[in-house]
Design a protein around this ligand. Structure first.
Ligand code: SAH
Ligand code: SF4
Length: 392
């Protein structure tokens, strides 16, 4: 960590970022909005459907490949509705190419990242909703850097469309070619960017060509616990999966680990989760990062079990991914097993989260935070050459 890795493309100072909003993109608009936008360009309205079919149906992001449009129309539409929002700065893969991570540069130089995970039965992409995060959780790499800005709807959607294209090109012999799941567990607090995230979700679930046609249940919004926003989400006509990052069952510790707890306490945030479960019929996923000697004591497992017993909840234990320079570490496996056993013995379903992609800094914000660390080069990583195949 002593010497910095020279970057080909160093990030501009934070003061220069976020001054101009990202350019408008077709994924910012619903189909009616796209029709109006192409009409304003002097193009026939059906072009909106054509371009939407390319982008959402065929997962083609490059206007040059939209060959059924005349060169003149293509140029006009590309300039107004298909600006480049995401430029890959670094692409890493592991697990034989079934886990991939991309660090993006946004139009103003801000950095975000997304991760793709291919399994036998599903393909999941983990997306960022903000550049940085203002919630300040001390164990989280993203939280350390603070908030740069909210991502636009299209900046969120484009992360998914990019990886959906990679899935079609093939991730491995036993991995489906259709992207099926999206989790808002990358950088940022999705409910602090509520309107854009909800618009992005609407694009993801709308049937093609308006959107990607994903199942609502296959979209997980992970939140630190912004109670009014959870209540609002419960009132939408969407049955998304809600993940609540609890990390401590008692206010004393949660006030420290998740500073927003000083505003909305454990009892209040859990009540909003149960309201969400009641309104949507969806089991809430309770996220709990196990931190050695901090929140992994048997009594905290028992308290967690008591709080969640007989509720529509599932506990997801996450081995802490230590952030550079942090004093905290993951719990030993024996402690993790005992914690899991105690939660389960309260009748609460619980599992330990798959830690795929650890060697490519899979946790929230870790790649962006580690851009300057030379060790990254020494971990047997495969660098994916150039842009993804979906772009060629
Ligand atoms: N802001 C949202 C979503 C992004 S963070 C939230 O906090 O829920 C996604 C998940 O990664 C959260 O559960 C978060 O607590 C967890 N996380 C953050 N840093 C981590 C780390 N260093 N190790 C393990 N999990 C971490
Ligand atoms: Fe933000 Fe989530 Fe990280 Fe907390 S854990 S700082 S809410 S991204």
């Amino acid at each position: 960590m002593s010497t910095a890795l020279p970057l080909v493309d160093p990030a501009p100072p934070a003061s220069k970022r976020g001054r101009t909003p990202p350019p408008r993109h077709l994924a910012d608009l619903d189909l009616a909005g796209r029709r109006a936008a192409v009409a304003a360009l002097g193009e026939p309205e059906f072009r909106a459907g054509q371009v939407s079919h390319h982008y959402f149906g065929r997962l083609v992001r490059d206007p040059a490949r939209m060959t059924d449009l005349s060169p003149a129309s293509r140029e006009r539409i590309a300039a107004e509705l298909l600006p480049t929002l995401l430029t890959p700065v670094k692409e890493l893969s592991c697990d034989g190419g079934t886990t991939r991570k991309t660090l993006w540069r946004l139009h103003d130089g801000a950095r975000v990242e997304s991760v793709l995970m291919g399994y036998r039965d599903r393909v999941t992409v983990c997306v960022s909703s903000q550049a940085g995060c203002g919630m300040g959780c001390p164990f989280c790499a993203t939280g350390q850097a603070g908030l740069t800005r909210n991502l636009s709807t299209a900046e969120i959607v484009d992360q998914v469309v990019w990886f959906a294209g990679q899935a079609v090109d093939g991730l491995g012999p036993d991995v489906p070619s259709r992207l099926s799941h999206v989790v808002f567990m990358g950088m940022g607090e999705p409910l602090a960017n509520y309107n854009r995230v909800l618009d992005a979700v609407r694009r993801l679930v709308a049937p093609a060509p308006e959107g990607l046609g994903l199942s609502q249940r296959h979209i997980t919004v992970s939140t630190v616990g912004l109670v009014p926003a959870i209540e609002r989400l419960a009132g939408e006509d969407l049955a998304l999966t809600l993940a609540l990052s609890l990390h401590a069952p008692d206010d004393d510790l949660r006030d420290e680990l998740v500073p927003v707890n000083q505003r909305w306490k454990v009892a209040e945030v859990l009540q909003s989760a149960w309201n969400y479960a009641a309104r949507t019929g969806r089991r809430v996923s309770i996220e709990y990062a196990l931190i050695r000697d901090v929140n992994d004591q048997p009594w905290r497992a028992d308290l967690l079990g008591r709080l969640l017993a007989n509720k529509l909840a599932h506990v997801n234990l996450i081995p802490l991914n230590p952030t550079p320079g942090s004093r905290w570490d993951a719990s030993p496996k024996s402690v993790e097993r005992e914690f899991l056993r105690r939660v389960r013995s309260a009748g609460v379903p619980a599992t330990v989260r798959d830690t795929r992609g650890r060697e490519i800094d899979g946790a929230c914000g870790q790649l962006a935070a580690s851009e300057n660390r030379p060790q990254l080069e020494n971990r047997g990583l495969t660098r994916l050459g150039g842009r993804g195949k979906a772009e060629q």
